[in-house]
Design a protein around this ligand. Structure first.
Ligand code: SF4
Length: 390
């Protein structure tokens, strides 16, 4: 298939790997920002093919994983109300809140529906004028424009029974938070190509210069990842730290002007809590004052719900790249895709789910003699299929 198979070519992958092996002279730690990139890396064993001096640290770029527990609890509270039709992408239904998830709410009689576009939720609102229809709007800069467009349409068409529970997050402030953390080991970034296809690359040069890190805009197929690594390592070996676009087939430096204009109209930047990490200044979007009537948090008075994360789950450390998923005691034992303790085990883009899907047999073999706490090896429920939440 064009644009997919041609970026999985084994011969080209071998040549890129040879180039990287010939370039690297000392240890480097790179972070791939996006969970989709993490899955490609683990699925194809790219981390195991790279020179041992190169460590890939898995970043926080899984929107389902970083949506804070208290936002999940707000969704559960709203979805439980008899007057509400609660619409969401499929990924979010199994994400555990404090005591249950959206599947449980549905089994208890809540009207929870999986949709494939926020505009589907708007159509449901028009078809059900006597019900309140809420769409769960989460994700990075990639999903924010269609969600913004939906609210814009709701206002323009006069659909008062529609609202958005919004928890959008932005990548550049997360990179800033990672680089200013005392425990940071990251020396270069593979930036998320789809985010840059919307936002462009304008926010990155200042970050690269101030923290002296190369930032390479990278795609999602195996050759994309290898080319991103190759370019980042080349810069590091030369002592350079610039922004480079290795995903030019999708990313223009200025981004998508129409999407940017929609974001500017409907949203405003706000501080946002990231699950397991905490509040990152200016790292999110909320509805601007012009569209506040469509904010589900205000409409259903759930703004004061606050929740503590379960202590057993170390997803915050996973999301910051401080530990690998299998270094969590619960991995594959008390935490599996069927019984997840944290969102990183639920989401199709979560790092814990990636290790569970593609590495659990190796991890079980390595763990058993030492600890006796081998991950389950029986067939398991796979994480939910990828949705448009990115
Ligand atoms: S394995 Fe489970 S408990 Fe451990 S960090 Fe991942 S999601 Fe949390």
């Amino acid at each position: 298939m064009k644009y997919i198979e041609e970026f999985q070519d084994p011969e080209l992958a071998r040549r890129l790997l040879d180039d990287i092996h010939a370039t690297v002279t000392r240890p480097w730690a790179l972070m791939e920002v996006c969970g989709g990139q993490t899955h490609t890396i683990i699925r194809h064993g790219i981390d195991q093919l790279l020179p041992e001096q190169i460590e890939l640290i898995h970043g926080p770029g899984c929107p389902v994983c970083v949506t804070p527990l208290e936002v999940i609890d707000k969704a559960l509270e709203i979805a439980s109300r008899p007057e509400v039709i609660f619409c969401s992408f499929g990924d979010m239904l199994r994400v555990p809140g404090s005591g249950r998830d959206l599947f449980r709410v549905r089994s208890e009689g809540g009207d929870v529906r999986v949709v494939y576009s926020p505009l589907d939720a708007l159509r449901i609102a028009r078809q059900n004028p006597d019900r309140e229809v809420v769409f769960f709007g989460i994700g990075f800069e990639t999903t924010a424009p269609p969600n913004a467009m939906t609210v814009y349409q709701a206002k323009k068409l006069g659909i008062p029974n529609f609202s958005l529970l919004v928890s959008h997050v932005r990548v550049p402030p997360a990179i800033e938070a990672i680089m200013t953390s005392p425990s940071c080991r990251v020396q270069g970034f593979l930036a998320a190509g789809h985010v840059c296809s919307v936002m462009g690359m304008g926010e990155y040069p200042e970050l690269a210069a101030r923290h002296r890190v190369p930032i390479v805009v990278t795609g999602f197929e195996p050759l994309d990842i290898l080319e991103g690594v190759r370019r980042a390592v080349l810069q590091l070996e030369r002592g350079e730290h610039t922004v480079d676009n290795a995903y030019a087939r999708a990313v223009r430096p200025e981004g998508n002007p129409a999407a940017l204009a929609m974001l500017e109209d409907v949203f405003e930047v706000t501080d946002r809590a990231w699950r397991g990490i905490g509040v990152i200044p200016r790292s999110g979007w909320r509805l601007s004052a012009r569209y506040r009537d469509f904010d589900a948090e205000h409409r259903f008075s759930v703004t004061d719900i606050a929740t503590l994360e379960p202590a057993e789950c170390r997803s915050g450390e996973v999301l910051q790249g401080l530990i690998k998923p299998h270094e969590c005691e619960a991995f594959g034992t008390t935490c599996t895709p069927r019984n997840p303790l944290g969102a990183t085990m639920v989401s199709s883009e979560g790092a814990c789910a990636a290790y569970y899907l593609y590495r659990r047999l190796d991890i079980a073999a390595a763990r058993k003699p030492e600890t006796g706490t081998a991950p389950e090896t029986a067939p398991e429920t796979a994480p939910l299929e990828a949705s448009p939440v990115v």
